[in-house]
Each structure stands twice: as C-alpha cells, then as structure tokens.
Design a protein around this ligand. Sequence first.
Ligand code: SF4
Length: 334
Amino acid sequence: MEILSKNSGHTTGIPYKNWHGKPYYSLDAYCKNTYGEKLYKVALNAGLTCPNRDGTLGTGGCIFCSAGGSGDFAASTADTDSAFEQAFLQSKNSLSGKKTGQKFIAYFQAYTNTYGPVSYLEKVYRLALKEPSVAGISIATRPDCLPDNVMALLCRLKKEYPAKFIWLELGLQTIFESSAAFIRRGYPLSCFEEAVYMLHEAGIPVITHMILGLPHETKEDIISSMEYLNQKPVWGVKLQLLHILKDTDLSFLYEKEPFLYGSYETLALYLDTLIPCLEHLRPNMVIHRVTGDAPKKLLLAPCWSSNKRVVLNTLHRQMKKCGSFQGKHWKATP
Ligand code: SF4
C-alpha cells in the first residue's frame, strides 16, 4: 500500500499534499503521483457473459444490472487486432471534450471479464497490454470467477509486462448476506475474502465496487462496510450510488414502491451517507468513484445524479467547508 505524504504545516485543511487539493485520495491523484498525468478509462466490452446471466447461477442477473452487463458505455471488442483497434478508438473518441493525456487504462467493463475460455481471455488482455498508449488494464469481474488457470494467466502477464499494471475490480456491492440475496449477487462474502487474499498474494491490486443505498441498509450499515474494507488488502474502492435503470428487475420493484427502492431522493441525502463513508475509509484507499455513472437514456432514478459535475463540486465544497476528509474517523489498528 502506498505511503502518503502529509502536508507540512500549511493550512489547506487537506492533510495530504499528494491528494492534489481533493479531500480524498482520488484515482486522478494516484495517477498523477504515479504516472505524472491523469489516466482516462477506455471502456471495453470483450463479448463475454456472466454466470448470473447464462444459467450457471441464474438467468436474470443482479437485480440492478442493465442488459449491457453494467458496461453501457463500453465499445465491443474481440480477440483480433482490428476489433481491438476499432473498439479502442471508438471508446477513446467518446472521451472527446475531455483533455486526455497520452496514456489510458483499458477497462474491461461489461459483464464478467474473467469468465470465458482462457485462450480467448489471453488474446484480448494481450491486445490491450501491447497497445503503446495503454498504461495498464483493469478487469471487472466476480470473485467466484477466478479459477487457477485464470490466476496463472494474470501472473504470467504481470511478469511479461512489468511496466504495465493489471488491476482486478470485484463487484462486492454489500457485506450483508441479506442484501446480497436481495440483489441476487450469487456468492457469499467468504468467496470475496478468499479472492482478495489470493489476488493480494499474487501482487494484483483489487478495487472493490460497493453500492450505497441498497434497501434496508442504514447509514451505519454502510459505514461498517467501509470499516470491513479497511481491514482487507483492498487497494481501491468504487462507491456507487444505487441507480434504478430502465427495464431492470429493480426498476419493476421501484415502479411499485418507489419509497422503498428509490434511495437518496436528493443529493443532500446522498452526501449525508457518502461523506461519513469517506471519513471512515483509511487514507491510502484509492477512491475510484464517488457517485453513479449511468447513461441518461437508461436512468430512471435518482435523476439528480445525471449531473456528475454538480455532484462532485457539491461534495468537494461541502467536505472542505466542514473540515472533512478521507480517514478523518479512521483508526489504525495496532
Ligand atoms: S455479476 Fe456483474 S455482469 Fe453479472 S449480473 Fe451482476 S452486475 Fe451484471
């Protein structure tokens, strides 16, 4: 885990100088510290599926997951140079308007990106790793989809491409088994723990996806999830606002009982949970996301979340005004 350097005496209110002015340790700050520039994610859909959709565990998927397998912005690729080049360019072009640098993260986002024939996975990962403008790859998957042959592949590629990174993103969403059953996650918490330690032993950084706002989870429950992550060798976290996306099973429940399933009617209510979460996370946990990122055409609720700039500006302003920062309430275990 990275050692952060503290501010020396001056009073920005933010205790760490390498957070680049934000009240938490963002992915942007990590990339600037490590690569000298912000890295943008180029979202890819490698044409895989998910055991929660193909009938192995279920056919309906997680209750909140869109038909695009939570990769609605991802460009479709395959195991050929031309398919990869085309998808990479298409996804890069969708970043137009953003001032990108020279390096990118190839993000295998849609569905379960370690769930497929290892020979196919190897080809698609290699195509990304050999692309000169790719600083590394980030692979979104499930902890129950990391068999020995996939782990061996990841370790081999890590050795072959020492100048590039390989990150694994695990969709945990909640530490509570009752919530996990409700969202139809399909594996127990112990499975996540085993995967995290296995990846840690292999030297592969883990990013954990957590959903804020699941029905019946209180603010205290969500904070205890953050405290749980603090104790595990987790490198980064994506804090994802519960979105209701059109035509998902969650949207059908929401339409019947919006008060039960529509969490955080306002941005203020969301910040009332998000800020304490950040305050309880350890300061070296890299924060990859603090809100949702749903396509506007699919988003049913909460509508305020579609203006990401406003969400981020309000969060930063409020945290600075209150003297709040990541780790404020974190207690290092002896
Ligand atoms: S594991 Fe991921 S891709 Fe599969 S159904 Fe759940 S959210 Fe969707």
